[in-house]
Design a binder for this molecule. Structure first.
Ligand code: DQA
Length: 144
């Protein structure tokens, strides 16, 4: 199975977007980082980003149907979207929720996640390195 790394709104602007919070790594850098992590652990990895919630729901449905493990940074939808949470509930392979920043150190509205209840693990505040950790963790579970 392919590890699906799915990114929600505004994450294509990594490196440009509030670098004091999200760092200077760009989205193409993030794609490379995930591909390299996948190569190291011998797993195929696909990385995608969308600002369109319906597209994200479609990707989550496809991952559920394929039995693919998912690394999800749902960005702002984490805190707002029951629909994204419901789609995560349908996943059949492990889900790791990632946030680049430590959302618990930030505004109270970022403290609640509709994703967390459906995640097998959560990586928060480790910067973009959280994606590498998530890919390595999923590979270590031996889900294939
Ligand atoms: C984020 C945290 C969210 O609160 C925010 O809306 C994002 C990015 C993170 O990776 O730290 O867009 O998910």
């Amino acid at each position: 199975m392919t590890i699906q790394v799915l990114n929600g709104p505004n994450l294509r602007r990594l490196g440009l977007r509030e670098p004091q919070i999200y760092g200077s790594t760009t989205y193409p850098d993030l794609e490379r980082l995930c591909a390299e992590a996948g190569k190291r652990v011998g797993r195929s990895v696909e990385v995608a980003q969308t600002d369109d919630e319906a597209t994200m729901l479609g990707w989550l449905h496809a991952a559920a149907d394929a039995g693919d493990p998912v690394v999800l940074n749902a960005a702002a939808w984490t805190h707002t979207s029951v629909a994204i949470g419901d789609a995560c509930a349908m996943l059949t392979a492990p889900l790791v929720e990632v946030h680049i920043s430590n959302v618990h150190k930030r505004e109270p509205f970022r403290h609640h996640s509709y994703v967390s209840a459906h995640a097998s693990g959560i990586i928060v505040g480790c910067g973009v390195d959280g994606y590498r950790l998530a890919i390595e963790h999923l590979a270590s579970l031996g889900v294939s």
